[in-house]
Design a binder for this molecule. Sequence first.
Ligand code: BES
Ligand code: ZN
Ligand code: ZN
Length: 509
Amino acid sequence: MTFSIFFTKKEENNADTTVIGIFEGQELSKTAKAYNKTQNNFVDQCLSSHTNFTGKAGEALSLAHKEFTHNHIILLGLGKKEDLNNLTFEEIGGELLIPLQKAGAQNINIHVEGIENIQNTTTAEIAAHLAMGLKLKSYKFTKYKEEKEADKKTKIETITIITDADSAATDLYETYDAITDGVFLARDLVNEPPNALYPESYAELIKNELKPLGVEVEILDERKMSKLGFGALLSVGQGSIRESKTVIMKWNGNGKAKKGDRAPIAFVGKGVTFDTGGISLKPGAEMDLMKMDMGGSAAVVGLMKAVAKRKSKSNVIGIVGLVENMPSDRAYRPGDIITSHSGKTIEILNTDAEGRLVLADALTYIQDTYNPEVIVDLATLTGAIMVALGFEYCGAFANDNKLWEQLKQSSDNTGEKFWRMPLDKAYRKEMESDVADLKNLGSLGRYGGACSAAGFLEHFINKDTKWAHIDIAGTAWWKTDKSTTPKGGTGFAVRALNDFVENNFENKK
Ligand code: BES
Ligand code: ZN
Ligand code: ZN
């Protein structure tokens, strides 16, 4: 669904639905009071006959009456004034979409004028965040589904947010819209079925999406990767008929770096377009969900789109390793010893622990080629992180406290929840093999599986590189709707990482 969002000072006349805010305890906002007056105290009367509606954040009461100047009035709960901030406005925006759709609203006015003096934010920001919440929640993946007649008829066309800070809100929203586009791309990629999205088609799609925005895109094919000695990544892909690819994306918003310059920041993504487990085959139940095993790469690609669309004054590199993990007569096996791009040998004990192998070569390559000061990798790496944290928080491992603080700040700013997990010599040691340099399965098996996976990756990080590994296995796909995220692919981490780039790597001059 696409609708246009505008910000104006005065109410437009062509709206069929008007939304006015009510604070918790049925306290009318300034606009609600004014509205009440023009409608013969009807708002007051409705509130007294709807005592269940208390004005909790996101709660909505739809009213219709023939004497109204609009078809519908929706009273929107704003919660307690002291709890309001950018994020709660975003959530309220997301929650509001449902009653708007139910009311069959097409052209909508939302009044937020008079809602001011909210702590730590501005009138323009709350208006723009409300809009972003509406937009984020409006996402639907319907590419392969015929639209129902009823859905066609009830399409929201315009949303006008009435605010005194209309021009500042318009400017802010332009940026938020670019970020949302990045989130939507990441969601689309995760939602695409694995017969449509496989390494080759994925690499093409990245090129088509990002090149027009000014991102340099380089694709390494199997021949090139063999020459480079990507033994780990290629082993994972060798059971599949689909050719593996690595894609490197460069955004030079801060001017082209000179050869030999240390790159400021690189993002690395696991892009297993389908994870059957390989010869260590996964059980059948819910195997379909393993189309989301490229969620880390989707976050990187979505992030690149967001920074490019908002013309971020930063230099950002993205790299994604794209493979399909299939069993076949030429698939890699448990027992194999392979040689990674770093030269380290790896004993394969379970072909389902493939993500770390893909990441290992991408991590080595990006360090050798661009020597970034900071690397953040993203991966749907382990089921164990879901055992530890469920679906609410991703697990974030960082070898530098300042880097963790920066990530935590961006997590707080955007509401994408990061929880710090431990890196430890013991986890690194656990991944050492008797017959090769490393093994891909820890000695303790499932116990601490997210931590030993991070310990494995740490073997591929140079000493002077600040590095964070984000395990998003529990957050890349949600089975239920949340306030700003419909179920399915979530696009998780695009917003937090965009904030992280904006706050720490942008030239503010
Ligand atoms: N892609 C999976 C992890 C995963 C599980 C992501 C559930 C999303 C939802 C990963 O490749 C995997 O299979 N990991 C194994 C590792 C084990 C064999 C050491 C796991 O978590 O069981
Ligand atoms: Zn696996
Ligand atoms: Zn996997």
